[in-house]
Design a protein around this ligand. Structure first.
Ligand SMILES: Nc1ncnc2c1ncn2[C@@H]1O[C@H](COP(=O)(O)OP(=O)(O)OP(=O)(O)O)[C@@H](O)[C@H]1O
Length: 598
């Protein structure tokens, strides 16, 4: 069957490098930012090639030349010690940049990893690191630098390391804040469910989102570091031995009456460099800001509804456990803010045999997703399995070490989530995202993974796999995105597929196609499927058996035919009734009466 939405594929031809090119073009359209980048590039080149381009030794002095005027050999004249001003300015670029670089490197090394860990994991690491950061931020920087000078000596490089520690909190806070939001993105959950390790998820899916804001922050902090360094030198807090722009300013200021021009050159260099960094940061923030912002689609934390105790209905626990999936007496609980515990799934039993499709139906909040998450071992924070057993192919997964559970995810049990678009990382092409688990989990080479991705896309009936492979998520339709997620779930050839409302976000035609795809995968590959849905149409179309959930309990289960045709439990009847409510009853067929005129 071909994809009915060919329009999206047209856009795909533009795909992979378009974003970088557009960002670069957008940058070029900002004259101030481009000018600033050019000035900074010149300063950096001068700093790097200072030993080659400086005409004289910056420390060589000749008292007879003190305050000597400009000449062809010394275009900017001499300072109070008879040193060549141009050479000192050139070396000053190198030393000033090195000082700012040291502060930046220390700040980045301290701020980014801690911000990533605190934002991603939260808990005790976040509390402790945030406490330390608040402490550092509450310290007056100048006082700390003066104290450091007294203890560690007047060397500028040592003071720049201290400055790096003082500015590290700005990176920590930036990264922690963004990562805290991104960790709730569905595509991060999807990466977790596909069995990827945390460090890989952080490195690949999370870090990419903070990259742009970090670049902008680097430009701003570099300006601050240069300014502070110059301030320290100007106040004479450092030894002043190293030719830096700040040290030149200090020396010039002492002789302002006699040679005011000496202030001009280091002042101009500092002013131009700092202003360029600010302008560059602002330009970058315009250009990269849009890409850096995390997608606004987040999984919202559901509101806990008050617990309603309903009498347990007698659903006999099957005597034998299902060969593929077997759930016995599963209960899921959440910790409450007041220290109490709320049980949301109350001891359910379910079984799935290989090649069987089981529908888990029930109204919103009945516990369907909590059951699915328990199987996958991805219950949200605060939730835990409080009792019971879940086995997949005979392996008990409750209490299984996270490492072992991760090994099962993707290869034995895979997940097809509800919102296709939110589960794809907007920063990577479809091909990249599908290849990732193949390379990491199955150890395929780049080439082999690419070939397998094309096969997978073909398997889920995507019309032009090569184009889709090169497309970003925003360049494909919702139906294609759902197929891509199914392809991703099938990539490591699992035996059990857990699909959470896989058709809810799709229109009716595409829904039908996705259901037929799931049916075909079952018959071709013999996988078992647990499909979570509130749509009885999906159940009728796809499932062999149905379990009906109400308020955390399974109130009835049986074959699809039995549940739909002869439901026993009042709640099942109510569900069926609700499904038919709102549908206009079709009027009874009447033969058309045609009046024949005589
Ligand atoms: N993070 C959470 N913290 C506390 N309670 C939660 C949390 N997530 C879900 N619950 C509660 O668990 C119960 C079952 O939720 P679940 O998500 O399994 O329902 P569902 O049947 O899948 O509903 P839907 O069809 O709307 O997704 C609900 O009462 C919900 O309020």
């Amino acid at each position: 069957m071909s994809d009915p939405i060919p329009d999206s594929t047209a856009a795909i031809a533009l795909a992979p490098k378009t974003r970088q090119v557009t960002a670069f073009r957008r940058f070029l359209s900002k004259p101030l930012a481009v000018g600033a980048a050019v000035i900074l590039a010149i300063v950096v080149l001068v700093a790097v090639f200072a030993p080659i381009i400086a005409p004289f030794d910056p420390g060589a002095s000749s008292l007879k030349d003190a305050f000597g005027p400009a000449s062809a050999a010394n275009p900017l004249g001499f300072d109070s010690a008879g040193r060549d001003v141009l050479s000192r300015l050139i070396w000053g670029a190198q030393n000033t940049m090195t000082g700012a670089g040291i502060a930046l490197i220390v700040a980045l090394v301290l701020g980014i990893p801690t911000g990533l860990i605190a934002g991603y994991y939260g808990r005790w690491f976040d509390s402790i690191s945030s406490w330390i950061v608040n402490l550092v931020m509450s310290l007056p920087a100048m006082v700390v630098l003066l104290a450091s000078r007294a203890i560690l000596g007047p060397t500028i490089w040592v003071l720049m390391i201290v400055m790096g520690v003082l500015v590290a909190p700005s990176f920590f806070r930036l990264v922690r804040g963004i990562v805290g939001n991104v960790r709730n993105e569905l595509y991060v959950d999807a990466a977790r469910v596909s069995g990827l390790r945390d460090w890989r998820i952080i490195g690949r899916h999370v870090f990419i989102v903070v990259r742009a804001p970090i670049i902008i922050q680097v430009a701003l902090v570099a300006g601050v570091a240069i300014g502070l360094q110059a301030g320290l030198e100007f106040l004479g807090i450092t030894s002043g031995d190293t030719p830096t722009w700040g040290a030149m300013l200090n020396e010039a200021f002492q002789n302002i009456q006699r040679a005011p021009m000496l202030l001009l050159w280091p002042g101009l260099a500092l002013g131009l460099t700092s202003a360029s960094l600010v302008l560059l940061a602002s330009g970058l923030s315009d250009v990269l800001g849009e890409r850096g912002a995390p997608a606004a689609r987040r999984r919202t934390r559901r509101n806990a509804a008050p617990a309603i105790v309903v009498p347990s209905t007698s659903v006999p626990a099957p005597a034998e456990r299902g060969a593929l999936l077997s759930i016995r007496d599963l209960a899921v609980s959440y910790e409450l803010a007041d220290g109490g515990v709320r049980e949301v799934v109350h001891g359910i039993n379910l079984d799935i045999a290989p090649g069987e499709i089981l529908g888990l139906v029930g109204e919103s909040g009945s516990g369907k997703s909590q059951t699915a998450f328990s199987i996958l071992g991805i219950l949200p924070e605060g939730g835990s399995v409080s009792r019971g057993s879940v086995t997949i192919q005979g392996t008990e997964v409750i209490g299984l070490a996270e490492k072992k559970h991760r090994e099962l995810r993707g290869t034995v049990v895979a997940y097809v989530p509800q919102e296709p678009m939110s589960n794809l990382d907007p920063s990577f092409t479809i091909g990249d995202q599908l290849a990732e688990p193949l390379r990491v989990r199955l150890g395929l080479s780049k080439q082999a993974a690419k070939a397998r991705v094309l096969e997978l896309l073909q398997m889920v009936e995507i019309a032009d796999p090569a184009r889709t492979c090169a497309a970003y998520p925003h360049e494909i339709s919702g139906g294609m995105a759902q197929r891509v997620l199914i392809a991703g779930a099938m990539s490591c050839d699992p035996d059990l597929l857990v699909a959470d409302e896989p058709t809810t976000a799709l229109d009716v035609t595409v829904q039908a196609e996705v259901l037929s795809l799931l049916r075909r995968l079952r018959s071709d590959r013999g996988i078992g499927v647990l499909i979570v849905t509130h749509n009885l149409g999906v159940v009728a179309d796809l499932c062999d058996r149905v379990a009906v959930m109400q308020q955390g309990r399974i109130v009835e289960q049986g074959s699809t035919e039995q549940i739909l045709v002869a439901p026993e439990h009042p709640y099942t009847r109510q569900l069926l009734g609700a499904a038919l409510d709102g549908v206009d009853a079709r009027p009874e067929w009447q033969p058309r009466t045609t009046e024949v005129s005589a």
